[in-house]
Design a protein around this ligand. Sequence first.
Ligand SMILES: NC(=O)c1ccc[n+]([C@@H]2O[C@H](COP(=O)([O-])OP(=O)(O)OC[C@H]3O[C@@H](n4cnc5c(N)ncnc54)[C@H](O)[C@@H]3O)[C@@H](O)[C@H]2O)c1
Length: 246
Amino acid sequence: MNLNGKCAVVTGGGRGIGKAICLKLGGLGADVAAVDILRPEAAATAKEVETLGRKAVAVACDVSSPAEVRAMFAEVVDSLGGVHILVNNAGITRDNLMMRMSDDDWNKVIDVNLSGAFNCCREASRYFLKQRFGRVVNVSSVVGLMGNAGQVNYSASKAGIIGLTKSVAKELATRGVTANVVAPGYIDTDMTRAISEEARSTLISLIPVAKLGKVDDVADVVAFLVSDDANYITGQVINVDGGMLM
Ligand SMILES: NC(=O)c1ccc[n+]([C@@H]2O[C@H](COP(=O)([O-])OP(=O)(O)OC[C@H]3O[C@@H](n4cnc5c(N)ncnc54)[C@H](O)[C@@H]3O)[C@@H](O)[C@H]2O)c1
């Protein structure tokens, strides 16, 4: 696989899975825009990508704002010379049982996880259609497929990402654009380090391979889906979950 000559936008690129995706794509030859609401983290990722010999830019952007997303793409194209790959990875959780979930916690998670992916897909499509090439990978979660008590907002946003992606795949299929979903199970990141030791052991007992995933397990699949090796794959959901949901 090589991504020479490609420019990639990775949202939530400041840490965790997004950072691993930036480094993986950079390692395969892509120039990378690390986009995050946290500017210093995005800048650190961009610096690491540069050490791989690629061009990189850090852009501070809240993906839930259509205006910020528009400005972000303009800045990326200005700095890197184009955009060919979009990875919608930025995501948040605001967990609570449904009875206790506030309007704000519902809306915030939908705004960032689902509307954020929509805002970026819509903006990227303007560039992809013109060049008749584009690769979209949207990061969902297995809980978008199976539900999870305490996560109605997050599960709905991640299920929505699947419908969004399949529709994007159908709309843009004849224009050289593919769109796929990666649905991680439990991956060892800041997001899951918040889980108690006891809950962690229970979780591991539900995973056939009996361990949490690593950020690189997800990044490797994303890299495949944006590469030429996956030219004939679109509208698919690939679970990266150690067999948890099968
Ligand atoms: N860690 C897991 O087990 C797991 C499992 C399934 C799915 N996922 C999904 O993978 C993605 C990455 O998760 P992670 O574990 O690396 O999380 P993380 O919290 O470590 O990283 C998420 C990144 O997104 C950024 N971000 C948050 N809101 C943003 C916004 N409005 N605009 C731009 N950037 C924003 C954060 O600053 C952070 O850098 C998320 O979409 C998450 O839902 C994670």
